[in-house]
Ligand binder design. Structure first.
Ligand code: ADP
Ligand code: ZN
Ligand code: MG
Length: 478
């Protein structure tokens, strides 16, 4: 049996909490981590007679997202009630948007690991209020309504992705855009950026979609990719075994690395949607839209273009350095101190990111600060230390968080720029390698590199490279 005969079809639904000060329809704080049931009022706990009022800031942030995701924005849209019974939903319905969302037809261009770009369609974005949270304890379930009524946007993609990698890249790009534009905090562990993945498989070359399974609330990019990969295989194996795929909601068990059934999938009619009678239509005027457009923060794609021009970076380097807002800020801070864009890009990408990856650390947790890297770059540029020594110094900086100057002083790493001191080393190397010297004299000028390398070794890598090169050439040629 071969997986290759099949192709996966994937569409993602992302719930992103909006970074407002207060909730969607009341004035309670929108704040994670407060004592349970302290950020609550009659509106968000669904008391009889209370009425919702739309939070303008939430709409503004949602519109910002729609602009950033190249969507059409509708001047009129409608809130709807999505009815279901659950302990963390005190009203018995969630205010959402259904038939008339505020935004449709967008897209994100994502970069794939083979270097290609792919455009993934966005079907719609709609507003929604979050539900509360049920905490299942050994003695029973506790309900915390602090999250009830927190503003969300739900971003629904087209079924345009064909494997786990594409889905992962779409999510990363979306996450980065929402964070860049100060729309959503994007903290997946705190649940303010949540992803449901819809997955089906079909025989390659066929058009018709297979029956989809929905994977719920997977809380990291890595898990999304793993869960999708597992689910694709599960479905292919089932079909090859003559089973039928049942439309279900499943969850990812990150301990066992499998997906498990949660429930048979509910249909839209189960929710008995109807227009929300307590709220007017949502209107977004042309003037307001224009104002939000004018006040848009810089997006990753724009930052990338800016970096390319200002620091003469390649497409790839600029894309990496703008892959997250924190990394881009870090890089800009390095450049502003070092005044050397190319070197800053190299040090951040090759030395720092490599080590952070190996240590599974994000840039926020870097043991070396932006100013510390910049100081190191300045020492190379001023000739105080060689690039080679700088790498050793950096290793020590990463391990200890000490400043370069402290490490250089403690270890005596200063670059040797005294011609007399270097000359001794060069003479010694020439004396010790008579046969290479003869070959050089006979015309094998390539051997210059060999002598420079040996002399550098002789100085424990501390020689000023330009000066050393000059001296080696001079002494060989006399
Ligand atoms: P539902 O009504 O079950 O929520 P939707 O049509 O609203 O389904 O689609 C929800 C998500 O599932 C979207 O992201 C969409 O792209 C995706 N999707 C729809 N059909 C399929 C399919 N057959 N396979 C994979 N994904 C799908
Ligand atoms: Zn409230
Ligand atoms: Mg749906």
């Amino acid at each position: 049996m071969s997986l290759e005969k099949y192709e996966a079809v994937i569409g993602l639904e992302v719930h992103a909490q909006l970074m407002t000060a207060s909730k969607m329809f009341c004035r309670c704080p929108n704040q994670y981590g407060a004592s349970p049931n302290t950020n609550v009022c009659p509106i968000c706990t669904g008391q009889p007679g209370s009425l919702p009022v739309i939070n303008k800031k939430a709409i503004e942030l949602g519109v910002r997202a729609a602009i950033a995701l190249q969507c059409e924005i509708h001047s009129e849209s409608v809130f709807a009630r999505k009815n279901y019974f659950y302990p963390d939903l005190p009203k018995g319905y969630q205010i959402s948007q259904y038939e008339r969302p505020y935004s449709t037809h967008g897209n994100i261009v994502v970069r794939l690991k083979n270097g290609d770009e792919k455009r993934i369609g966005i079907t719609r974005i709609h507003f929604e209020e979050d539900a509360g949270k049920s905490n299942h304890e050994s003695y029973g379930t506790l309900v915390n309504l602090n999250r009830a009524g927190v503003p969300l946007i739900e971003i629904v993609s087209e079924p345009d992705m064909r494997n786990a990698h594409e889905a992962g890249q779409y999510l990363r790009a979306l996450h980065s855009i929402l964070r860049y534009a100060d729309i959503c905090d994007g903290n997946m562990e705190e649940g303010n950026f949540r992803c449901d993945a819809n997955i089906s498989v079909r025989l390659r070359g066929t058009e018709k979609f297979g029956t989809k399974v929905e994977l719920k609330n997977i809380n990291s990019f890595k898990f999304v990719e793993k869960a999708i990969e597992y689910e694709i295989q599960r479905q292919v194996f089932a079909i090859e075994n003559g089973e039928k795929i049942i439309q279900q909601t499943r969850s990812w068990n990150s301990g066992k690395n499998v997906t498990e059934v949660m429930r048979e999938k509910e249909e839209a009619h189960d929710y008995r949607y109807f227009p929300e009678p307590d709220l007017p239509k949502l209107t977004i005027s042309v003037e307001w839209l224009g104002q939000i457009r004018n006040e848009m923060p810089e997006l990753p794609s724009q930052a990338s273009e800016r970096f390319k021009k200002a620091f003469e970076l390649s497409d790839y380097d600029a894309a990496v350095l703008t892959s997250s807002k924190e990394l881009a800020h870090y890089f800009e801070s390095v450049v502003s101190h070092s005044k050397n864009g190319k070197a800053s890009a190299n040090w951040v990408m090759n030395e720092l990111l490599g080590r952070l990856n190996a240590a599974s650390k994000e840039i926020e947790a870097s043991p070396v600060s932006a100013t510390q890297i910049a100081e190191l770059i300045k020492k190379i540029d001023s000739g105080e230390i060689s690039g080679k020594i700088a790498k050793t110094v950096f290793e020590e900086m990463f391990a200890t968080s000490k400043d370069a100057s402290v490490i250089i002083k403690d270890k005596g790493f200063v670059q040797i720029s005294d011609p007399a001191a270097l000359e001794n080393a060069v003479r010694k190397v020439i004396e010790n390698n008579p046969s290479q010297l003869a070959e050089y004299k006979a015309g094998k000028v390539k051997l210059l590199g060999f002598f420079v390398g040996q002399a550098m070794k002789e100085t424990q890598g501390q020689a000023n490279p330009a000066l050393l090169n000059e001296l080696v050439k001079k002494l060989l040629d006399t």
